[in-house]
Write a protein that binds this ligand. Sequence first.
Ligand SMILES: Cc1cc2nc3c(=O)[nH]c(=O)nc-3n(C[C@H](O)[C@H](O)[C@H](O)COP(=O)(O)OP(=O)(O)OC[C@H]3O[C@@H](n4cnc5c(N)ncnc54)[C@H](O)[C@@H]3O)c2cc1C
Length: 137
Amino acid sequence: MVGRVALVGDAAGTVTKSSGEGIYFAAKSARMCAETIVEFSQKGDRIPTEADLKVYLKRWDRQYGMTYKVLDILQTVFYRSDATREAFVEMCADMDVQKLTFDSYLYKTVVPANPLTQLKITAKTIGSLLRGSALVP
Ligand SMILES: Cc1cc2nc3c(=O)[nH]c(=O)nc-3n(C[C@H](O)[C@H](O)[C@H](O)COP(=O)(O)OP(=O)(O)OC[C@H]3O[C@@H](n4cnc5c(N)ncnc54)[C@H](O)[C@@H]3O)c2cc1C
């Protein structure tokens, strides 16, 4: 956000870590920004202020903040070395991981698994990391 300029898409850094998905988020951020401008311009009677435009960013963070956080963590953990990337590939063979990933891609949100499945995925993830010696500094 510079003065009264509201950034969207790649210019606003909406492309996701880990998956590199940016087309949906570019379009969605543009739409959310435009809707905020329309809302605060009161049918064209007033020019939205910088504070008004920041509302779009707050809404963005509320809707997608957790998704960005999780993908950031995934990238930090798994994109560190060849060993961690191999562990990531091994983990992705798991059906529960595939379902979780598919749902999250489809709904553009972190879809929670039931606690037992989550525990299983966590154990398998740690197993993959240990097998690939991915945790060795
Ligand atoms: C190799 C690669 C593969 C990708 N694969 C995927 C994928 O499979 N799925 C996915 O969802 N995302 C993918 N992405 C990310 C996705 O392409 C971007 O996140 C998305 O295109 C961002 O859209 P945007 O409109 O914000 O920016 P852009 O698509 O970059 O559009 C910006 C436009 O503005 C123009 N421009 C720049 N400066 C000026 C100026 N001063 N005046 C006028 N025009 C200007 C540029 O020429 C450009 O056409 C990929 C990106 C790369 C690089």
